[in-house]
Write a protein that binds this ligand. Structure first.
Ligand SMILES: [Zn+2]
Ligand SMILES: [Zn+2]
Length: 605
C-alpha cells in the first residue's frame, strides 16, 4: 500500500503535524490497539476459529483438536475448526502449514526452525502457530498453552488448566528450536502417546505414531550384534564370523569385526530391516553386553594401529556406507560407552555414537571431585569424541537400578548435566533412563517432567520447574514437598559426596536423615488432607518405607513397626499399580511383599 506509506512519510517530520493528521492518527491508534491484548474469549463466547490447511496432515488435525479442547477447558468456549480458504470474517488461529504461515515465514527471514522447533506469531488479530515438521506444529500449540495461559502437562493424569473468564493473548513474536533433535526418557508413564507428545518427548520408548508426528524409532534398541548376525544361525557353518578367544572361535562372544563375509551378512540383514520397517529411523549395530572381542590377526592389527575401539567402528562404518547409499535419511547407532575414539578412523556422517554417562551420579559429572572412579572416564571420552563428531547421543542414568523405590538424592545432577551436554556438542540427543518396567519409582513423576522440560530447553530454571510441578501435583502440600526436595539437595550439595549406579538403600539414608524426612512428609500428609493429593504424598513415603523394610535392623525397627509399615506400603503400592522394585532380575514387588508378610507374621489374605 504505497499511498499510505508515502502519506505517513510526508507527515513524519513533526509531532504537531502527526497529531493533526487524521490518517496517521488512525494508523498509530491501530498500532496501539495491536499492542492491546487480543481477546480470544470472554464469558464463554469467542469470535475466533481454528484454521488448518485444506489438506491438513493428521498431526495438524490432532493439534487443532488439542487447541480446541484446551481453549474449551480454559474458557468454556469451543472454537470451530475450519479449512483455510473459506471466506473468513473472523479472527483465527492459523495452525500448521497454512498459506498465511508460509507467507509469513517467506517474508520474516527467520533462521530455519530445526529439531521440532516452533513459532508463535500474532499478526493483527490472528495468531500463526507453526513449526519444524509435524511435531513442531503440534508443539506450537502446547507452547502457546503453557507459555501464555499457564497450562501444565505434569503427568499422564495431572494437567493443570487455569480457568479464565476472559482469555487473552499479548502481541507475540516467539520462535525456538531446541538443541536436541532426539529427546527420550524411559519412565513408565512417559510411554503413552498423549503425555509423550504433550511433554515433547520423541524417543523410542514413547508410543508416538504419525498422528502426533512420530518419533525416533530404533531397531533393534541396543546390544544388537547377535540380532544383526545370529550365532544360532551362523556359528556352526561360519564360526569365523565370531570372536577368536584363546585360540578358538567362541559361540557366545562378540563378532569378528574385520571379517568381510560377516560384513555382507550384516549389511543384508540391516537393509532387510529398513525395507520391512520403513518407520525405523535408527538401526542399532552395537556390541553385546558381555562377551570377549576377537583376537584374530586382522582384528588385533587394527587394535594395535588405531586403538581398542577401532574394530567396532570399522564394522559399523561398513554397514553405515551401505545404508547411506540406499537410505540417506537413516541413521546407524552404536555404543561408544566410555571408549576413546580410534587414532585416525572416523565415524561416517550417518553414525551415531552412544556414550554412557558413567561413574558418580549424584551432582553432575563436572561437579564431582573424584578422578578416575568418578565421572572422569566419561568426561575424557566425551571430550575426545566431541572433537570428531557432532552425532553424539548420551545415555544418561538417573535411577537406582537395583532399588527403583529407594531414595535417590541426585535431582540437581540432571539439569547440570543436560546443560553441559547441550553446550558441548551433543547434537543428536539424550536418553534419560529411569524405571521403565513399572510406575512408582522414587519421584518418577517429577523426574519425568523435569527431564522432559530440560531436554526441550536445558537453560530453563530447574527450581522453577520443580516448584511448578509441586504446586500443581501436590496442591495444599506443595510447600512441604518442596522442603523435602530441598532436604535432598542439601544432603548431596557436597561435591565430595558420591553415589553410584545401584547403591544399597541404607547408603543413601542415614537414620537421622530418615527421621527428618518422615517428619516433613508427615506434615505433608496432614496438609494434603484429601485425594488425589493425599495419595500423591503417600507415594513420596514409599522410598522411606522401602529403606526401612529393606534394612529394619539398621533403622532400629521392632516387629510392630515393621508390620505397620508393610501394611501401609502394600496399600499404596497396590493403589498405584506399582509392580517392580528393581530392574534385574525382574523384581516383582508382590513376591517381596509376600515374603515380608510371611517373615513378620502378617496374615496373607
Ligand atoms: Zn577377528
Ligand atoms: Zn561424585
Amino acid at each position: 500500500m504505497p499511498g499510505i506509506l508515502s502519506t505517513s512519510v510526508a507527515y513524519a517530520g513533526s509531532c504537531w503535524q502527526i497529531f493533526f493528521c487524521p490518517l496517521l492518527f488512525f494508523l498509530l491508534s491501530g498500532a496501539v490497539n495491536a499492542r492491546q491484548p487480543l481477546e480470544i474469549a470472554k464469558d464463554c463466547k469467542s469470535e475466533y476459529v481454528i484454521v488448518i490447511p485444506r489438506k491438513a496432515t493428521p498431526v495438524v488435525q490432532y493439534a487443532a483438536q488439542e487447541l480446541q479442547h484446551f481453549v474449551a477447558e480454559i474458557s468454556g468456549v469451543r472454537l470451530a475448526i475450519t479449512p483455510e480458504g473459506e471466506l473468513l470474517k473472523r479472527p483465527a488461529f492459523f495452525l500448521g502449514s497454512t498459506e498465511k504461515s508460509i507467507r509469513y515465514l517467506e517474508t520474516a527471514k527467520l533462521k530455519r526452525l530445526t529439531n521440532d522447533g516452533l513459532l508463535i506469531k500474532t499478526i493483527g488479530n490472528d495468531v500463526v502457530l507453526t513449526g519444524d515438521g509435524g511435531r513442531g506444529q503440534l508443539y506450537s500449540v502446547y507452547e502457546l498453552l503453557e507459555r501464555y495461559w499457564g497450562v501444565r502437562f505434569l503427568t499422564r493424569d495431572c494437567t493443570v488448566v487455569p480457568k479464565q473468564q476472559r482469555l487473552t493473548l499479548p502481541e507475540i513474536d516467539y520462535h525456538y528450536s531446541p538443541p536436541f533433535p532426539y529427546r527420550e526418557t524411559s519412565y513408565f508413564d512417559s510411554h503413552p502417546q498423549q503425555i509423550a507428545a504433550r511433554q515433547r518427548l520423541n524417543g523410542n520408548a514413547q508410543q508416538c505414531d504419525h498422528t502426533v508426528g512420530g518419533k525416533f524409532q530404533f531397531y533393534p534398541w541396543v546390544h544388537s550384534f547377535y540380532a544383526v548376525v545370529s550365532n544360532e544361525k551362523y556359528f556352526d557353518e561360519h564360526p569365523e564370523f565370531f570372536s577368536l578367544v584363546d585360540g578358538k572361535r567362541n559361540r557366545y562372544s562378540q563378532l569378528c569385526l574385520t571379517n568381510r563375509d560377516m560384513h555382507r551378512v550384516a549389511i543384508a540383514r540391516v537393509l532387510g530391516w529398513l525395507k520391512e520397517k520403513p518407520q525405523v529411523a535408527v538401526v542399532d549395530v552395537s556390541q553385546r553386553e558381555g562377551g570377549r572381542f576377537c583376537e584374530c590377526a586382522p582384528c588385533q592389527e587394527l587394535v594395535d594401529q588405531e586403538g581398542e575401539y577401532a574394530p567396532i567402528l570399522h564394522f559399523v562404518n561398513k554397514v553405515a556406507d551401505a545404508v547411506a547409499e540406499k537410505h540417506p535419511d537413516k541413521w546407524i547407532s552404536t555404543l561408544g560407552y566410555n571408549y576413546m575414539p580410534p587414532k585416525t578412523l572416523r565415524p561416517r556422517s550417518n553414525v551415531i555414537i552412544r556414550l554412557t554417562h558413567a561413574g558418580c551420579y549424584i551432582h553432575g559429572a563436572t561437579s564431582c571431585s573424584l578422578h578416575g572412579g568418578g565421572a572422569q572416564l566419561f568426561l575424557d571420552s566425551f571430550a575426545a569424541w566431541q572433537k570428531i563428531t557432532r552425532n553424539l547421543y548420551i545415555w544418561h542414568y538417573t535411577t537406582n537400578f537395583a532399588h527403583y523405590l529407594a531414595p535417590r538424592r541426585n535431582l540437581n545432577g540432571l539439569p547440570h548435566d543436560l546443560r553441559y551436554y547441550a553446550q558441548h556438542g551433543v547434537d543428536f540427543g539424550v536418553f534419560v533412563q529411569g524405571n521403565s518396567q513399572s510406575r512408582g519409582g522414587e519421584l518418577a513423576e517429577l523426574r519425568q517432567y523435569l527431564a522432559a522440560k530440560l531436554l526441550w530447553d536445558p537453560t530453563l530454571d530447574a527450581n522453577k520447574i520443580r516448584e511448578d510441578f509441586c504446586r500443581g501435583y501436590y496442591g495444599p502440600a506443595a510447600e512441604s514437598v518442596m522442603e523435602v526436595l530441598r532436604l535432598m539437595d542439601r544432603a548431596t550439595g557436597n561435591k565430595d559426596t558420591h553415589l553410584w549406579a545401584s547403591p544399597a538403600p541404607r547408603e543413601t539414608v542415614s537414620p537421622s536423615y530418615l527421621e527428618e524426612m518422615l517428619k516433613v512428609l508427615g506434615r505433608a500428609q496432614d496438609e494434603a488432607k484429601e485425594q488425589p493429593y493425599l495419595n500423591r504424598v503417600e507415594k513420596l513415603l514409599i522410598p522411606y518405607w522401602y529403606v526401612q523394610l529393606f534394612d529394619p535392623d539398621y533403622y532400629h525397627l521392632g516387629v510392630t513397626d515393621i508390620r505397620k509399615i508393610v501394611t501401609q506400603f502394600e496399600r499404596v503400592v497396590a493403589a498405584n499399580g506399582i509392580t517392580h522394585r528393581r530392574e534385574q532380575p525382574i523384581g516383582h514387588l508382590s513376591q517381596w511383599i509376600s515374603e515380608l508378610k510371611q517373615k513378620y507374621g502378617i496374615p496373607v489374605e
